[in-house]
Design a protein around this ligand. Structure first.
Ligand code: TYD
Length: 218
């Protein structure tokens, strides 16, 4: 996601696609719940989903990816599994919902792979982008909300990392690299709108609604 990013083709799809990104514990889930309530009050057809997961096969891959028992997983294997779960999720959930004209809200997407597997793990960005070509070429979001909260602030808020979660337990240096990668992506990419995650949930929510309106999502 750089100056070369092309807008999503979205042929035959009338729904809009919005993704939510940020460090572990940045407050995405709270915001998605608030947004779901807001949309439900207005009867707006939508799909709320998450990555990795959001379907039977993708949820099975999620368990392998996040289990603290799989400490021996290589970085390449991890990146390929995230990409595999994504392709399946696009097929099972996202594409059908977009065709039906629903607003798709997804908790994490391809920017997570660039931030975590390239930024955090140090895999070549070309490799990560290559295995995610389907997402980047055919299913680019209309808008991505980046909730900007440093890993220090995020873990302080949730009283430390969950050590049984393989990704959360990867250490502060890892999460700092992830955060730096997000900041760089957000600075380079028009699609991504940065929201200050240090504010109150109500303020963050109203900032998100403003971004939705500015980008013609709502
Ligand atoms: P999850 O429990 O859903 O975390 P969160 O609530 O913070 O989203 O776990 C998802 C974890 O997987 C999270 O640490 C981010 C990581 N991840 C990647 O490393 N690469 C990816 O492509 C995706 C989608 C997630």
């Amino acid at each position: 996601m750089n100056g070369l990013e092309k807008s999503a083709p979205h042929e035959g799809r009338s729904g809009k696609f919005v993704t939510f990104e940020g460090c572990d514990g940045c407050g995405k889930s709270t915001q998605l719940k608030m947004l779901d309530g807001y949309l439900s009050e207005r009867d707006i057809p939508r799909l709320l989903t998450r990555e990795p997961g959001g379907g039977e096969i993708s949820e099975a891959i999620r368990k392998i990816l996040l289990s603290g028992k799989n400490a021996g997983m290589t970085d390449e294997c991890e990146a390929l599994l995230f990409a595999a779960a994504r392709i399946q999720h696009l097929h099972d959930r996202v594409e059908p919902a977009l065709k039906e004209g629903r607003l798709v809200l997804c908790d994490r997407y391809v920017d997570s792979s660039v931030a975590y597997q390239a930024g955090g793990r140090g895999l070549p960005e070309n490799f990560v982008r290559g295995i995610n070509a389907r997402a980047l070429e055919s299913f680019l979001p209309d808008l991505t909300i980046f909730i900007d909260l440093s890993p220090e602030d995020a873990f302080r808020r949730k009283h430390g990392a969950d050590e049984n979660d393989r990704m959360e337990g990867a250490g502060m240096a890892f999460h700092r690299r992830v955060y730096a990668a997000y900041k760089r992506l957000a600075a380079e990419t028009d699609r991504i709108v940065t929201i200050d995650g240090r504010n109150s949930p109500e303020q963050i929510f109203s900032d998100i609604l403003r971004a939705f309106s500015a980008r013609g999502i709502l």
